[in-house]
Design a protein around this ligand. Structure first.
Ligand code: DMJ
Length: 597
């Protein structure tokens, strides 16, 4: 290093201190003793300064926690968990017939994830040009703050918030409970965004108030994806035991829902009495495919964390029962009667009533480190039938996913169905017959169609359902399909497409959504849904949905973050956007093993 130095004592300028004699003044070959001493003094002061600066550098480990490359997240609570372990040697085992003790699996996870992390670190420099638009991320964090602070002020402890009336809100999915759904659903988003005070506040409320011994009839599906999923994700991210304990307590309360003649759970269960029943509107007392088919991820993690095989066995039993059933045209109907084990109406949908069943087949495979090949095969077969019967191109060239109703295709697509773009992209790698490119393209086409459904409205927000019929392309017809209730699915697909393609248009589309939400849904008491996206003067529905904080704002934040934040190699997002770690090397299929109810 060359250091032009000034000698204050003599006031003389010393030329560059390089070892060659030629750089010294010619009239004198050596320095005097006093000059040598001063020079030595300056050099040692300089070296001390360098060392000091090194030690006072900001603590990088704080930032590293937010990489969530997993290794640093998981190690602390693997250690702390040793004492709390379930003593019985329950097994999670699979193909290859190796019985795996959950602890052994856990001990392997850090190694496997460290390897993944190293691999990632060598790859990410190639995409760094697109990373970290800090302004957009900040905007999302501010929106989260506004949603959270408003709920904190006006709806604290209630399930959701009425942002216009500025008071608590709830719906029948939570029964008459006051279980702070927004608090639990928002936990991991707060954590990921670095809103630590808010996270602590939420944790305190959960420690002191979250009690599941309430006389309330709740939706098994909703409580599973929002509460159990939310608590498990918070546990994995923060390592705080309380979240795991609460998740397990709640899961115990859901188990009676599986006491049906077939083991297909009821849609609802009373948390106190354990009595279950189905929705009155569901075809002839049926359970719903997207509800009983969206338990797998959380239940596998519950078994993994507790060593109790019951959760795993419940969901594997559902899978095995479905595998034995005939499927009309290879399609899964949305309704299944839990008493008789027969299908109800032959309706098939990749939107409401069907959606997350398909999503969880794919994610079961991903979460098992791609070892649950049974799940992958079931997913591939289902998607093939869906493509054959439900996916079409409109006259205007837009790819859409319709709904199958008793042998007839309804050319209508729901906002909920838009998640499928992301699902196709996520499932591209590993698809049969080398069709990865095809599925990535299909994902891109669905993303495009869903963006059109936003772009063709006045508010630039998407309607609940839109048609491709009688000259109509991606627009809602009925008044009761024109609302936007802060749903995440379109943004979810933008995020997955961004992760897999880095095409900047996905960030552009996400940014359009941010601006529209902020302009038309933001009110002084939080964020509200709007009743008509085609009206320039829309009325509000006065509900701030908990999934707005759990999903919509999280996916937006991730869309503008580096791929290293929650890498998809290590994390799988449940259907409510709660990230759960991949169980590396933990094969979670149980072919040939006994499953019980
Ligand atoms: C969320 O609760 C979940 O994404 C669920 O799978 C269906 N959709 C809602 C939000 O729209």
């Amino acid at each position: 290093m060359t250091t032009p130095a000034l000698l204050p004592l003599s006031g003389r300028r010393i030329p560059t201190l390089s070892p060659g004699a030629s750089s010294f003044p010619h009239h004198r070959a050596t320095l005097r003793l006093s000059e040598k001493f001063i020079l030595l003094l300056i050099l040692s002061a300089f070296i001390t300064l360098c060392f000091g600066a090194f030690f006072f550098l900001p603590d990088n480990s704080k930032h590293k926690r937010f990489d969530f490359g997993l290794e640093d997240v998981l190690i602390p609570h693997i250690e702390s968990e040793k004492e709390a372990r379930h003593s019985s040697r329950q097994v999670i085992h699979g193909v290859g017939a190796h019985d795996e003790h959950p602890r052994e699996l856990r001990e392997r996870m850090p190694r496997a994830t460290a390897e993944t992390k190293t691999r990632l670190e060598t790859q990410t420099h190639t995409v760094s040009i697109h990373l970290s638009p800090e302004g957009e991320k900040k905007k999302n964090t501010h929106m989260m703050k506004h949603a959270w602070d408003s709920y904190r002020q006006y709806g604290w402890g209630h399930n959701e918030l009425k942002p216009i009336a500025k008071k608590g809100h709830s719906t029948n999915i939570f029964g008459n409970s006051q279980m702070g759904a927004t608090i639990v659903d928002a936990l991991d988003t707060l954590y990921i965004m670095g809103l630590h005070d808010e996270f602590k506040d939420a944790q305190e409320w959960i420690e002191q108030n979250l009690d599941f011994s309430v006389n309330a009839e709740v939706s098994v599906f909703e409580v599973n994806i929002r509460f159990i999923g939310g608590l498990l994700a918070a546990y994995y991210l923060s390592g705080q035991e309380v979240f795991k304990v609460k998740a397990v307590q709640l899961a115990e309360k859901l188990l009676p829902a599986f006491n049906t003649p077939t083991g297909i759970p009821w849609a609802m269960v009373n948390l106190k009495s354990g009595v279950g029943r189905n929705w009155g509107w569901a075809s002839a007392g049926s359970s719903i495919l997207a509800e009983f088919g969206t338990l797998h991820m959380e239940f596998v993690h519950l078994t993994y964390l507790t060593g109790n095989p019951a959760y795993y066995q419940k969901v594997m039993h559902i899978r095995k029962l479905l595998a034995k059933m005939d499927r009309p045209n290879g399609l899964y109907p949305n309704y299944l009667n839990p008493r008789t084990g027969r299908w109800g109406q032959h309706h098939t949908s990749v939107g409401g009533l069907g959606d997350s069943f398909y999503e969880y087949l794919l994610k079961a495979w991903l979460m098992s480190d791609k070892t649950d090949t049974e799940a992958r095969k079931t997913y591939d077969d289902a998607i093939e039938a869906i493509e054959r019967h439900l996916i079409r191109k409109s006259n205007g060239g837009l790819t859409f996913i319709g709904e199958w109703k008793n042998g007839h295709l309804e050319r209508k697509m729901g906002h909920l169905t838009c998640f499928a773009g992301g699902m196709f992209a996520l499932g591209a790698d590993g698809s049969p017959d080398d069709k990865a490119g095809h599925y990535l393209q299909l994902g891109a086409e669905i993303a495009h169609t869903c963006h059109e459904s936003y772009d063709r409205t006045v508010l630039k927000l998407g309607p609940e359902a839109f048609k491709f019929d009688s000259g109509l392309e991606a627009v809602a017809v009925r008044q009761n399909e024109k609302y936007y209730i802060l749903r995440p699915e379109v943004i979810e697909t933008y995020w997955y497409m961004w992760r897999f393609t880095h095409d900047p248009k996905y960030r552009q589309w996400g940014w359009e959504a941010v601006q529209a939400i902020d302009k038309y849904c933001r009110v002084s008491g939080g964020f509200s849904g709007v009743k008509d996206v085609y009206s320039s003067n829309p009325t509000y529905d006065d509900v701030q949905q908990s999934f707005f904080l759990a999903e919509t704002l999280k996916y937006l934040y991730l869309l503008f973050s580096s791929d290293e934040l929650l890498p998809l190699e290590n994390w799988v997002f449940n259907t409510e956007a709660h990230p759960l770690p991949v169980l590396h090397q933990g094969n979670i299929t149980l072919p040939g093993s006994e499953t019980q109810r």
